[in-house]
Design a protein around this ligand. Structure first.
Ligand code: BEZ
Length: 205
């Protein structure tokens, strides 16, 4: 399989972590790609018309996207332990994944506004609104942090990675100050090998 990859992307990281947790990381070849919405990759566009990472080319040549589809697919190739099969555990894990991905969506939109958009066109209210969105999500997670415990599923892994992305790109916003219980959970959960082995470059010890 081939995975279009950028080490800074939390969605790519989630896909790699799911592969590692399923014991199938060695079946994936990495295709590094550098892109922004205004500087796309032709190679990626040829496989994913949306031009977004991650995209996974399977062994039979199908292309899967986005990260939610890729993660669920990878989970079927291994032990299948990341996606609870049914019932409340499944819906809770999928909801947490959606909340975590929403944190990343807002954080990346704010980053594009400040690092990609020409300075004269930047809109401070837009950045503030995106930051407001991810901080509201952090507060919602703080309210349920006591229920996250040490189970490893797509929900908890997605939350850990989203908070790791905030550490990576928004360290000055200090989400931990607003979420001390969540911070305690994250500190412990983040010791998971697959998370430690996929830290964004700048956070590697
Ligand atoms: C980043 O540099 O923060 C980034 C790069 C690729 C995808 C998402 C985020």
């Amino acid at each position: 399989m081939k995975l279009f990859f950028n080490p800074a992307s939390p969605y790519v990281r989630k896909s790699i972590v799911v592969a590692m947790e399923n014991g199938i990381r060695d079946r994936i070849d990495i295709a590094p790609v550098l892109l922004t919405p205004v500087n796309p990759s032709d190679a990626l566009n040829a496989d994913n018309p949306l031009g977004k990472i991650p995209a996974l080319v399977t062994d039979v040549g199908s292309v899967l996207y986005d990260s939610r589809v890729i993660c669920e697919y990878l989970d079927t190739l291994g032990e299948g332990k990341m996606f609870p099969a049914s019932g409340p555990a499944r819906w809770n894990a999928l909801r947490l994944q959606a909340l975590a991905d929403g944190i990343c969506d807002a954080a990346i939109l704010a980053r594009y506004e400040t690092f990609v958009r020409p300075q004269a066109l930047q809109w401070a209210d837009w950045v503030a609104a995106q930051k407001g969105k991810f901080m509201r999500a952090v507060s919602a997670l703080e309210a349920e942090a006591g229920t996250l415990d040490d189970r490893i599923d797509i929900g908890t892994v997605s939350v850990a990675i989203a908070l790791g992305y905030l550490d990576f790109r928004y360290a000055d916003d200090n989400w931990r100050a607003a979420a001390p219980v969540l911070a305690g959970w994250h500190q412990k959960f983040y010791q998971l090998d697959s998370l430690q082995q996929t830290l964004p470059e700048d956070l590697k010890p």
